[in-house]
Design a protein around this ligand. Sequence first.
Ligand SMILES: [Zn+2]
Ligand SMILES: [Zn+2]
Length: 169
Amino acid sequence: MSRVGSLPPVLRATLRSPGGKCYRHCDRPIREFHLASGLPGVWTVRACPGGVVSVTYYAEWTGRDPTRDVRRALERCTFPKRLVRSWDLRLATREGPELGRAAERFLATHPPRRGVRVVYWRVYPFKAKDGTERRLLVCRRRAHAHPVFFAADPAARRWGCPVCARRSR
Ligand SMILES: [Zn+2]
Ligand SMILES: [Zn+2]
């Protein structure tokens, strides 16, 4: 709790986002889970039951820019790691009324002044060379020490996780 950058409950509460549905894939409700990253803040992954990722975001209570650490951590669990591109990472700083009164009061009474910095990683659907669609998916099979991010055609029959596939052969 006392670790630099970690989010006290009053700030953690400001991150809650309404459910939402999987966009242009399956229309099923989005689920959230947290990614252990070794970083002090909270990492949230929003994905549908089919594994299509809508966004991941890492939040830290800090005065620094955590983007570089976020990038490194993502590269460790993304195959191939070139899927993590700097222009898909976006930093937002929240420190005012948008956090709500309780959080705003908390920040005002806990100097030095720091905000909640959030790094979003959003990969939009893209076309592969053969013209079919690729989306960011996440594999959470127990075989993995951590979730694995990869790009695949969500309409394909075969689960395209490159790490599981390699193991089963
Ligand atoms: Zn979906
Ligand atoms: Zn896998």
